[in-house]
Design a binder for this molecule. Structure first.
Ligand code: C2O
Ligand code: CU
Length: 467
């Protein structure tokens, strides 16, 4: 619809305003004087891609899966020119980034989709360092599935690590029947016949399966940050084969005092988990997935160590002792709301269900019995403290993602969480209940939806609307 004008904004316009006890900082609409400009060109186009010996036509940003990495420094002004060379409209959504509503990239909500042959210029201030990602938000279920996604990394000015690696996880339907890609929505398949958990047979890390996954190359003694991003619609489980690590950040936000663990890690669709480990084992090893046979065959990320003599390629695993790390015990460095005693201005209860037959084809995935766009929006005013209670009444996981804001997870299954966790996506397992709080500090219309995009396509979407 519109492009924002780049000019210079003085510091004074960018100060905080106080609303009750909550301080709200303004999201910069224009380039702050001292911000450096980082420019990227992304072309949405078809490309032949090969996973496990099978070639297929992928949809990509700049010809690769994941698309070209966007890596900037905290404080940078990011400009991305999108050119659409596909036959269908696309957008780019900056998942996890708090930015002005017009830059959010949601077709039909914050902009018109970019038509074939057209261009669109996105720009925003990358204020908060962290792991983010970008993906199309037009026909997203199919477009992300075909490869329209990439990593967006905002490096901190001061680093706690020597090297960092991005691991983007995804899953595919290439294989024996060689459908190339799933196209369940358009080619006669019925989306509701099965859940997305059952659709895929091939798993990838940065667009490749073992043995073609690029290794992580580490020098003995180095601290490595792994930025794990789940771009798929299934949760993925990773195991570092007994190497001690600490969870450094979740959804782009650094954690306070995460202790060392060697537990198994679960990453929900759309979620980001950063971890750090210091390489001090005298061997080469790999990160893999103990989740399911197929997944552990495909997801094997070699970690190659140099600067040490003795090597072996053995990997070991004590299947008996695999413990899943409890994310809700990990507290953030900077909670967004210190004083939770304050009464929320808005309370909204979200009951998530899945059922047959409400949509034209197959399953529907509902919020309070409705499918988008008939779901009731969360109506807020700027400055409101908003509490959302999410109940999962279905037998499936629902990774719920809020655009344009971070929220604080305050309780799980009725128990308050001592260590506040600040996220933009929370995976709700069957029959779980979470309460979350956020400050309405970023005016516009913002989606709040399930990031299993089969569910979102089937209706599990609502919006936060500012009055
Ligand atoms: Cu990752 Cu609505 O988005
Ligand atoms: Cu869902």
């Amino acid at each position: 619809i519109m492009a924002i004008v780049v000019g210079c904004q003085s510091k004074e316009q960018n100060q905080s305003t106080e609303v009750g006890q909550i301080s709200i900082s303004e999201i910069p609409l224009e380039k702050p004087m001292d911000a450096e400009i980082k420019h990227f060109d992304l072309v949405a186009k078809k490309e032949t891609w090969n996973i496990k010996g099978t070639s297929f036509e992928a949809w990509t940003y700049n010809g690769t899966i994941p698309g070209e990495e966007i890596r900037v420094l905290e404080g940078d002004w990011v400009k991305v020119n999108l050119k659409n060379e596909l036959d269908e409209p696309v957008t780019i959504h900056w998942h996890g980034m708090v930015l002005p509503n017009v830059m959010d990239g949601v077709a039909g909500i914050t902009q018109n989709a970019v038509q074939p042959g057209d261009t669109f210029s996105y720009q925003f201030n990358a204020l908060e360092p962290g792991t983010y990602w970008y993906h199309s938000h037009q026909n997203a279920f199919e477009q992300i599935d075909r490869g329209l996604y990439g990593a967006l990394i905002v490096e901190p000015k001061e680093k706690s690590y020597d090297k960092d690696y991005v691991l983007m996880l995804d899953e595919w339907t290439i294989g024996e029947n060689n459908r190339g890609m799933m196209n369940m929505m358009g080619d006669g398949g019925t989306p509701g016949e099965m859940d997305s958990q059952m659709l895929y047979q091939t798993f990838s890390v940065n667009g490749k399966s073992a043995p073609n996954i690029k290794p992580i190359n580490v020098n003995f003694g180095e601290t490595v940050r792994l930025r794990i991003i789940n771009a798929g619609y299934q949760k993925h489980v990773l195991y570092l084969n007994d190497h001690p690590y600490r969870v450094a950040a979740i959804d782009g936000k650094d954690l306070a005092n995460a202790t060392l663990t060697s537990d198994v890690l679960m990453v929900a669709p759309g979620e980001r988990i950063d971890l750090e480990f210091t390489e001090n084992k005298k061997k080469d090893w790999y990160i893999d997935s103990p989740n399911a046979v197929k997944e552990s065959e495909d997801i094997q990320i070699p970690v190659n160590i140099s600067g040490i003599e003795e090597k072996s390629d053995a990997s070991y695993r004590d299947e008996q002792n695999l413990i899943m790390i409890d994310m809700t015990n990990q507290g953030n460095m900077n909670p967004i709301i210190d004083n939770i005693i304050q009464k929320p201005d808005v309370e909204y209860t979200m009951d998530l269900s899945a059922g047959m037959g409400m949509m034209q084809r197959g399953m529907s995935y509902t919020i309070n019995g409705e499918t988008f766009p008939d779901t009731e929006p969360i109506q807020v005013k700027k400055g409101d403290l908003v509490k959302v209670t999410i109940n999962n009444n279905s037998m499936l996981d629902h990774p719920m993602h809020l655009h344009g804001h971070y929220f604080q997870v305050i309780s799980k299954n009725g128990l308050s969480l001592v260590n506040p966790l600040v996220k933009d996506l929370i995976n709700i397992e069957p029959h779980e209940q979470y309460e979350i709080l956020f400050i309405a500090d970023n005016p516009g219309d913002w989606l709040f939806h399930c990031h299993d995009l089969l569910h979102a396509t089937g209706g599990m979407v609502t919006a936060v609307k500012y009055n």
